[in-house]
Ligand binder design. Sequence first.
Ligand code: SF4
Length: 390
Amino acid sequence: MSPTASSREQLPRNRTREVRIGSVTIGGGRPIMVQSMCATKTADVEATLAQVSQLAAAGAGLVRIAVDTLRDARALAEVRDRTDANLSVDLQENYRLAAEVAPRVDKIRYNPGHLYHHEREKPWQDKVRFIADAAAENDCALRVGVNCGSVDPAKREKYAEGDSVGPMLESALEHRELLDRLGFTRYCVSLKDSDPRTVIEVNRRFVLERGDVPLHLGVTEAGMPPEGIVKTRIALEDLVRRGIGDTIRVSLTVPAARKHEEIEAARRILDDIAAGRFHDEEDSRLLRLNIIACPSCSRVENEAFVELAERVREATRYAADQAITIAVMGCRVNGPGETDDAELGLWCGPTFVNLKRGGEKLGAFSYEEILPKLKDELDAIIAQRAQSGR
Ligand code: SF4
């Protein structure tokens, strides 16, 4: 064992419940497991297998794959047959796919905020029972993955506008309570936001309520390196030092061939925390103009997404000192919701990019037209702020 691995393993750990996921176990004071997700089209079996191998070789204890259709589920079966890596599936709106995928994977992630789209008349509790039964029958763990941009609408309505912590926390606690009542205890929880301060607060409050449940930590849509790494580092430095977190993902907007950088960044952050090295003011300055961007996955609607995010960063560098958030998302599933809190939001369609300013949709523009349009809107925001003295 290298000296680095040894110090990483000596980080303070809370005594959470043990949850086995294939050949790894999280919780119970064990070292923090690092994981990642494929950005390939799941139906492209060869590309997905290559990425699973790449991530596992870099040190991922678990690799997540998006499954939205029966075609994806069939591809997953082939991937499962050809790799020993621990696999997790990310279910979005079609909760019934849990029965298809559970025999093939070690963990299923479901998002409470996505249980409302299919079979609207059916109570969400019945859908959770369906997922939990499929997991239990197939030796699978679960993750209740609560996300700021797709939080349960019923919860969002109960809280003041701008309160992102309350709805996420209540949603996670409600699902935790139901799973416990169903007798399914092999689960972990994640509470993710694109703002590291919110990630810190919501996870700390969850631990105060239920410190025994293992937590998966991460900053969602952290964006491109180095900014995306700095954001994740800020959240993890606070939480991990308190013993919070059993598994982590550093979500980075990088091309598929560089996905292993997520694992390397996660290990480096843990090593630095163990060695007492923390982010400084210079790092924080990188975040003034805040570009949040998703890490892309099988659902991305145009291969040019990562390049688009990079072009947005280059085109807006002149505004680096402005406290403005620009969100760039890869698809229409999560794009509209995940851009809600940004001053300017972009999300990909197959041949166009949607743009909105605040809550107002400005239209869809070609990949060539979008940058000049974005800059016009950015300039208008800066001019308005200058006028009002902000
Ligand atoms: S926004 Fe869409 S493409 Fe991006 S990671 Fe989320 S689901 Fe995948």
